[in-house]
Design a protein around this ligand. Sequence first.
Ligand code: 2P0
Length: 366
Amino acid sequence: MNLQYEVITADAMVHLDRVFTAEGSPNIAFIKYWGKRNDKLVLPYNSSISMTFAHEAMRTVTSILFTKKLKNDVFYLDGQKQNLENKDTAERFAVLDILRSAAKTEAKALVVSKNYFPTASGLASSASGIATLVFAANAALEIGLNEKEMSIIARQGSGSACRSLFGGIVVWKAGKRTDGKDSFALQVFERDYWPEIVDNIVVVSQDKKKTPSRLGMRQTVNTNPLFGVRTLSAERRLKLFKESYRRRDISGIAAHMMADSNEMHALMLSTVPSIRYLNPISYSLMDAVEELNENEGKIIAGYTFDAGPNANIVTVNKYQKKVMDMLKQFKEKGSVIYIKTSRVGDGPKLLGAEYSMINEDMLRPR
Ligand code: 2P0
């Protein structure tokens, strides 16, 4: 077999020197992923479930161009050229090598990405970044992967990214196989299944987190004897959460999401060394949501926190004013920087050429 010929044929199918731009959104997990059974392939111990944010509220826009003019990949994030020698960035960028190998090309990529939300503040920037990158590259390389296949690749860049390949409510199945082929995301409820749902993203800090999730998860798995019960507990709760969502039962989903957030943060706290992402304002927000529910005599809102102090407070249209009134006191005291409200959104989509963020200058060696 003539390998050279094969490469040339494959490259002919790749859109070289043409910019593809896509937008995608982060997701918030209601039943969380925290701990890998395989670090390299990013295989989780338990399944997780999330909501993809609407693009209007939170999004990443990524332009990509494959070219023979570059000797190495080049990556700009929020206007800053990134160092792809950095181990963490390189590990995540390895998704491009998987895609290149599927397309049988060695062309390098110029990637320009912009996040319309604070990076590295526990708001899942890696999830939307990698999901959008995989989506745009799949189009540019004309590989024709479907969302499930893209989710398997995105997962290897960042676990939570696999869930952002879909809109609506999404499950990442943990899978059992050692090669990861059964560890992928799928949509379990369409975006409009329950249109009344709203998530209030309450930003209390824009600082970079102290412990990267990847390191924190490894420490938890390696040192925490409580981790043994986590897998079963999360799987069980995920079923209950899905059932409540199916019934459009706000009290049910809110109770399950609060329990799961608390279980994950308890695991983090009892890891050695102890990992603490929540700050005093996070705890005050938990108190305030619980007080609101007590005053109502039923659960009308639920909180969940990722690897950071920012809260996500979920409710339905009917109770949204009560939640915002409760949050007003935090804003007045200056303890909340801003609140973004999002509905359930769509998965990534391609944008027109006018959205390209790539210019000739970026291709020049310096
Ligand atoms: C989640 N988080 O389910 C959980 C809840 C944070 C807390 O997925 O190592 O960036 O790249 O797979 O996906 C954040 O971790 O970690 C995360 P890697 P990722 O959303």
